[in-house]
Design a protein around this ligand. Structure first.
Ligand code: NAD
Length: 237
């Protein structure tokens, strides 16, 4: 049977590669973007309360009332240096938590409830980050914390719902050559950063996408709860 999949943040970077990885498969896909730039994707600004639920409803509509898998990929990596004004730093913290963690949690909850109703199970793939384990820069406490939260949430879903055939996986990319990573490389002096990656290069979005495709369509159920690193051995655990 055709697998119905919602991918958040599919307008560029890793999300766009994920959409491509599902091409030529027996998949009915719906993408999402923060703004209505791409008319094939659902527009929803996940920094806004209530947006995740609206996105879910619209995705269900477009997918004929059945979703089998969700890929929570939308995310931000915005610097919040410690010397920012107090209110600004706190606002940056809240914004990162809302987009990266709260909106993903809301979508996971709606997915689990839907999978139960359908009584057929389903799959959740959360795109976290190497930062969940390794930490990040002094300007990115919020980012690392949001991704660590995502990993803990994924494991909790996996343990709580495996018996209902609801499977949950997290993917932890290291630096990945998207807009985000290019900025990062430039800001940190690319070569020094690369020296920290035994593979000698950052990951390509297609490598992360291939991992997501496998988890969504093929991974054996016993893998539920797994966290897959895609980081060129820059952080092994
Ligand atoms: P990107 O900036 O290229 O794309 C991010 C996506 O998230 C876009 O589609 C964007 O529309 C969406 N998004 C951003 N803000 C949003 C908002 N307010 N509402 C709705 N959607 C919003 O990023 P990317 O590098 O492709 O990252 C994708 C995921 O992978 C993110 O969760 C990111 O944290 C994670 N990740 C990326 C890297 C990396 O080095 N690129 C490393 C580890 C993890």
């Amino acid at each position: 049977m055709t697998t119905h999949i919602l991918v958040t943040g599919s307008s560029r970077g890793i999300g766009r590669a994920v959409m491509q990885a599902f091409r030529d498969r027996d998949v009915h896909l719906v993408g999402h973007a923060s703004r209505a730039s791409d008319k094939t994707a659902i527009a929803a600004d996940l920094s806004r309360e209530g947006a995740a639920a609206e996105l879910w409803e619209q995705a269900l509509d477009r997918l004929d009332g059945r979703i089998d898998a969700i890929v929570n990929n939308a995310g931000i990596f915005e610097a919040a240096p410690l010397d920012m004004a107090d209110a600004e730093w706190s606002a940056a913290w809240e914004r990162t938590m809302r987009i990266n963690l709260t909106a993903s949690a809301e979508l996971c909850r709606l997915a689990v409830r839907h999978f139960r109703e359908q009584a057929r199970g389903g799959r959740i793939i959360n795109i976290a980050s190497r930062a969940a384990y390794r930490g990040d820069s002094p300007a990115h406490w919020h980012y690392a914390a949001s991704k660590a939260g995502m990993v803990a949430m994924t494991k909790t879903i996996a343990r709580g719902h495996a018996a209902e055939n609801i499977l949950a996986f997290a993917v932890c990319p290291g630096f990945t050559m998207t807009g985000m990573a290019e900025d990062y490389l430039a800001s940190r002096g690319g070569d020094r950063l690369l020296a920290d990656i035994p593979l000698g290069r950052v990951a390509m979005p297609e490598e992360v996408a291939e991992t997501v495709r496998f988890l969504a369509l093929e991974a054996p159920p016993s893998m539920t709860g797994a966290v897959i690193d895609v980081n060129g051995a820059s952080y092994v655990r």
